[in-house]
Each structure stands twice: as structure tokens, then as C-alpha cells.
Design a protein around this ligand. Structure first.
Ligand code: CAA
Length: 242
């Protein structure tokens, strides 16, 4: 329903920014969260008119405070949550540090708990909610050099199915999208020789576009998508059919 309040984490750049813009265009009142890049967030708000709020999604108390502030500023409780924020700290296991492991687990997976915990009680009270968690092809299939990221993203897929069961009778749907390799800063950071080999294995023959993920989110958060819950929508150019 137009006018519902939506929050997109990691929403000032990349896939999150495309999701925020698509939700705004669909008539929702959107706010984005971002973690660090003030300049990008400022530019995003200037271009789109979508307010950006800075907090660390791996910090439980910060998520609770952030959600409260967005709801107060936008004048209604958060009914749509897109957990998109994520980082990579790639490296093979024998070189990976505990810090690389922990940062990815806390930011990519811990954030889903922190953010969902902050919105779940009002959603239960209102008997309506839409939660979309952004997983990854690499959580489904694994990826060389990504035990941390694959574990976190795989965790997101399990988290989604468990919370979907809890929300189902209360009008709260919880779904995941598993993007493949999308043309964003994160993917551009993959060494070019490695990326070339990955793209060669994508049947569609190219990287995806952030807008192609946003399209899936708009579908999943719609009021008339209430029978779609606990599902994973793979948007990966045919790279992994699962
Ligand atoms: N499968 C098998 N072997 C592989 C491999 C793979 N996928 N990738 C690399 N190797 C091999 C290399 O061929 C090389 O072997 P040789 O020494 O025999 O030549 C060996 O592993 C070491 O490779 P590198 O020189 O690349 O090693 P490195 O230590 O410099 O870097 C790495 C390792 C950091 C993992 C690097 O390969 C890398 O960044 N890979 C990309 C990982 C990736 O795909 N990340 C995705 C980021 S985007 C994302 O995560 C978004 C999303 O959701 C899809």
C-alpha cells in the first residue's frame, strides 16, 4: 500500500540505493541506513530526496535507536524492512584473520537479527510486515575465498525461513533474494582476472544490474504478496539454478 514506511539498510549505494529508489517510485515512504560513507549518502539524498540515517547495523542498540528515529521522523512505524547492508573481507581460510571473519558475520548476519528485532514487535501488533533479506549466490553455492561471507549469507537464508514461520499467521512475510554477481562497487573490487572467469560462467553473459534486484524487492513487499513467504528468489543470470 502506498505510504507505508520502508527502511533499506546499506541503502545509499549499490543494490540498496536501487532498492530504495524503486520503493520510492512505487509510492512507499523510504528511509535508508548507511554505515560510513557520508559523501555518498549526502549525494544520494540530494539526488533522490530519500533521507539517509547513519548507524552501524552490527550494533544492536544502534539499530533499535535508528528504527525509533526513522519511525518518529516519517510519522509511522516501519512496516517494510530490507536487510541489504553487507561487506566482504575476502581471503582464503589459511590467511583469514578472526577480524575478517567476525566483521562479515556481525555486519551481514548479525544485522538481520538486530534490525528484525527492532521492527518485529510493532509488526506483530499491527498484523502486517514485509521483511526482505538480501542473501547471495555465494551463500547458496559457496565461493573460494569467502568462508566468512558464504557462512553469513547462508545463515541469512536459514534465518529467513525460521522467521517466516513465526510471522506467517500474523501477516508478516519474510523472504530472501539471492543476487548473483551485480555490477556494484563490491563486485568491481574482485580482481579483474578472477571476475572475468566468473562472468564467463554466467549464462546470461553479463553482470546483473542493481535495478534487477530492486524489481524483486518491489514484488515481495507488495500488499498482495502475502502468500509469498519463506522463499528465496535467485536473481543471478542463470549462474546457479537452485
Ligand atoms: N576456484 C579454484 N581456485 C581458485 C579460485 C576458484 N574460484 N579462485 C582462485 N583460485 C586459485 C588461483 O587460481 C590460484 O592458484 P595458483 O596459485 O595455482 O595460480 C590460487 O587460488 C590463489 O589465487 P589468488 O592469486 O587470487 O590468491 P590471493 O590470495 O591473492 O586471493 C582471493 C585470493 C582473495 C580469494 C581472490 O582470489 C579473490 O578475491 N577472489 C574473488 C572472490 C569472490 O568472488 N568474491 C566475491 C565478491 S562479490 C560478492 O561477494 C557479491 C556477491 O554476493 C556475489
Amino acid at each position: 500500500m502506498a505510504g507505508r514506511v520502508a527502511v533499506v539498510t546499506g541503502g545509499s549505494r549499490g543494490i540498496g540505493a536501487a532498492i530504495a529508489v524503486a520503493l520510492k517510485n512505487a509510492g512507499y515512504k523510504v528511509a535508508v541506513n548507511y554505515g560510513g560513507n557520508d559523501e555518498a549518502a549526502k549525494a544520494f539524498t540530494q539526488q533522490t530526496g530519500i533521507p539517509a540515517y547513519k548507524w552501524d547495523v552490527s550494533d544492536f542498540a544502534a539499530c533499535e535507536a535508528g528504527i525509533k528515529k526513522v519511525a518518529a521522523d516519517l510519522g509511522a512505524p516501519v512496516e517494510i524492512l530490507v536487510n541489504n547492508a553487507g561487506i566482504t573481507r575476502d581471503g582464503t581460510m589459511h590467511r583469514m584473520t578472526f577480524e575478517q571473519w567476525n566483521a562479515v558475520i556481525q555486519t551481514n548476519l548479525g544485522s538481520c537479527f538486530n534490525m528484525c528485532r527492532a521492527v518485529i514487535e510493532p509488526m506483530r501488533a499491527r498484523k502486517f510486515g514485509r521483511i526482505v533479506n538480501i542473501g547471495s549466490i555465494n551463500g547458496q553455492a559457496g565461493q573460494y575465498g569467502q568462508v566468512n561471507y558464504a557462512a553469513a549469507k547462508s545463515g541469512i537464508h536459514g534465518f529467513t525461513k525460521a522467521l517466516a514461520q513465526e510471522g506467517a499467521a500474523l501477516g508478516i512475510t519474510v523472504n530472501a533474494i539471492a543476487p548473483g554477481y551485480i555490477d556494484t562497487d563490491m563486485v568491481r573490487a574482485v580482481p579483474p582476472n578472477v571476475l572475468e572467469k566468473i562472468v564467463a560462467k554466467i549464462p546470461v553473459g553479463r553482470l546483473g544490474k542493481a535495478e534487477e534486484i530492486a524489481r524483486g524487492v518491489v514484488f515481495l513487499v507488495a500488499d498482495d504478496a502475502g502468500f509469498v513467504t519463506g522463499s528465496t528468489l535467485s536473481i543471478n543470470g542463470g549462474q546457479h539454478m537452485y
